[in-house]
Design a protein around this ligand. Structure first.
Ligand SMILES: Cc1cc2nc3c(=O)[nH]c(=O)nc-3n(C[C@H](O)[C@H](O)[C@H](O)COP(=O)(O)O)c2cc1C
Length: 183
């Protein structure tokens, strides 16, 4: 019987929430990367492998650690989702892809799939290193040379300052459809 697995890294819950919704729809297990490591999960037992991570500075957190387990065969079974507060514009997608799948398969020969899902950000919950990084990110946000780029930068600045919650169950529907095609 075909099997799927969801492995995730979440700091404040939104990536975890998506992992649980996806696993619920696919009737499979969702577990953290740490648990997957300690349980010595054998990825070859799964026809569809989903990795979800929260986005930090356009990188999908711990994807590099997870990627150490992957070879071409496993990458063909892979769907990655990143969760962030930026909209899924072509520019943002290309950047997140470049820091994740693009790093290990620059020509996308294995056709791993990437989704960017709307996340949650509450400035009052962000402390320490994350707070410092956010301050830097805000200060270097370019205003953009086109009206569209300027609008995006303004939107992100507003989300950094005031928070945002874009977590919605329906955001997973295309990902779940793609996962079912692999099963
Ligand atoms: C330090 C820091 C950097 C972030 N950088 C980005 C980013 O580059 N792009 C983005 O879309 N979201 C970014 N975010 C937003 C988070 O990824 C988003 O809020 C996500 O939903 C958090 O997932 P979690 O609830 O599973 O921890 C950043 C958040 C923090 C705290």
């Amino acid at each position: 019987m075909s099997k799927a697995i969801v492995i995730y890294t979440s700091k404040r819950g939104s990536t975890k929430q998506y992992a649980e919704w996806i696993a619920g729809d696919l009737g499979c297990t969702a577990l953290t990367l740490d648990d997957a490591k300690s349980q010595d999960i054998n990825l070859y037992e799964y026809d569809c492998i989903i990795y979800g991570g929260w986005i930090r500075g356009s990188g999908i957190v711990d994807f590099d650690k997870f990627a150490k387990w992957l070879d071409d065969e496993l990458m063909r079974r892979l769907i990655v989702y990143g969760v962030g507060f930026a909209d899924e514009t072509a520019e943002n997608y290309a950047q997140v892809w470049g820091y994740s799948i693009g790093k290990i398969d620059p020509k996308n020969e294995n056709r791993s799939i990437l989704y960017i899902l709307g996340g949650r950000y509450d400035p009052s919950n962000v402390k320490g290193m994350d707070k410092m990084m956010m301050k830097v990110m805000r200060s270097v946000l370019l205003s953009g040379s086109t009206p569209d780029a300027k609008m995006q930068a303004d939107r992100i600045r507003d989300r950094i300052d005031n928070g945002v919650d874009m977590v919605q169950r329906e955001n997973i529907s295309s990902l779940v459809k793609d996962a079912r095609k692999k099963l």
